[in-house]
Design a protein around this ligand. Structure first.
Ligand code: FAD
Ligand code: EPU
Length: 337
């Protein structure tokens, strides 16, 4: 374990922003994590996973700690389920592939989401009708200030849409070191009703899909609309889809009859931010080195050498346009650092 100085973070964030870390270290064991968190010479610590949900707007003075904890194990087998423990530094999509290889069901709709397992609870990753919370049991954490380890149960994590305690009162206070998930080992409960999964399966002539078929369908859909960060820097959806009440929605619907929407509960309606942004004319537009993706208006892209500040300026301009046109304040989903 060596603390490196003045390291470019370009290859450590999927936006490909060239911000620097004054101090950078990779930890591969709990003991190393404890040791670096205890270093009094570096009072500020910044935890890095796959860098796929952050916009770096400045160089970091803090000690950047890349979580390299590895390991996946089955800890309990029940009649039709198993409980697995996964270390925080495992790659999320590789975990999904591992579960498919072991015929364990639950994570297939969450295929191809970039990033590390330890970051998955932070925004309760979700896609195609499934969220992490649906399979989550608990996570182990180390408190940065005290080095105490403790367990957060599903309830304690206070999961919501792209939300958890780790984005609120526990923000920046803990390192998630491992995650426990409960997956089905037989009679898998398949989720095919969201979006175009059914169409994709039908197109392939699949009538009785397996969990691998669903994973492949999700991968196909994602590849057709989301840019590959290895080719075009991005951080997935830059904004959250706003949720409005019925009165606000009815008002919007009168003014914009074609507005798409999804009812999420009695008085809560989700509006796709991609539609709001596209309606403001941003889809496919380029502003210097930053831009809005041509297939998905919710995704901001870096054409190569955009700075975090340039991308943030574009995000702010989009927020202002959406507010002016629709009276809706869209919030960043990406962590602005
Ligand atoms: P990072 O960006 O490294 O970190 C995110 C935040 O968590 C930071 O604040 C960091 O300090 C903190 N952090 C990281 N690791 C830890 C840890 N172990 N303990 C404590 N704090 C930590 N998200 C979805 O939900 N659904 C999608 O469909 C989706 N699609 C995407 C598609 C693309 C192309 C991209 C680029 C991103 C997408 N995302 C999606 C967003 C992203 O993949 C997820 O948010 C992912 O969980 C981020 O993981 P990460 O390891 O890269 O996190
Ligand atoms: N839309 C447009 N124009 C666009 C993009 C979208 O009009 O350019 C409208 C369409 O009506 C479309 C609807 O938005 O039907 C939904 O689009 P899509 O299915 O692509 O999903 P999304 O709401 O844009 C969300 C998540 C994604 C997740 C997908 C699939 C958020 C913020 N984003 O996107 O997550 O993969 O659904 O479940 O909830 C991420 O978090 O980074 C991410 C990619």
């Amino acid at each position: 374990m060596t603390i490196q100085k003045n390291i470019s973070l370009k290859q450590y964030n999927t936006f490909g922003v060239d911000a620097k870390a004054k101090n950078f270290v990779v930890i591969t064991s709990i003991e190393e994590l404890r040791e670096v968190l205890d270093l009094k010479a570096y009072p500020d610590k910044f935890i890095l996973g796959g860098g796929s949900n952050m916009l770096l707007t400045k160089d970091l003075d803090a000690l950047v700690i890349l979580i390299g904890l590895k390991g996946i194990e089955i800890v309990r087998e029940e009649d039709s389920h198993v409980v697995i423990n996964v270390m925080a530094g495992e790659n999320w999509h590789e975990l999904v592939l591992w579960t498919l290889d072991h015929n364990l069901g639950g994570l297939e709709n969450l295929s191809l989401i970039p990033g590390s397992v330890g970051s998955a609870p932070i925004q309760n990753i979700g896609a195609y009708g499934v969220e992490l919370k649906d399979y989550f049991i608990s996570c182990e954490v180390m408190e940065i200030a005290t080095l105490h380890t403790t367990t957060f149960t599903r309830r304690a994590c206070k999961f919501g849409y792209r939300d958890s305690i780790f984005k609120n009162e526990a923000k920046g206070k803990f390192v998630i070191t491992s995650v426990q998930l409960r997956l089905s080992s037989k009679n898998h409960d398949l989720h095919t009703s969201y979006g175009t999964i059914k169409d994709e399966l039908m197109r392939k002539g699949i009538k009785h899909p397996t969990i691998k078929d669903i994973s492949n369908a999700v991968i196909g859909i994602r590849q057709s609309k989301l840019p590959d960060p290895n080719i075009l820097g991005n951080s997935g959806s830059f904004f959250k889809n706003p949720v409005v009440d019925e009165v606000t929605y009815n008002d919007l619907q009168k003014k914009h009859p074609s507005i798409p929407s999804y009812k999420v509960s009695e008085n809560a309606i989700k509006i796709p931010a991609g539609w709001l942004i596209e309606s403001c004319g941003y889809k496919g537009k380029r502003f210097g080195n930053a831009g809005v993706h041509k297939n998905q208006a919710l995704v901001l892209v870096n054409y190569g050498s955009a700075t975090g500040k340039e991308l943030l300026a574009l995000a702010t301009q989009i927020q202002e346009s959406v507010l002016k046109a629709f009276g809706i304040q869209i919030e960043a989903e990406v962590n602005i650092i």
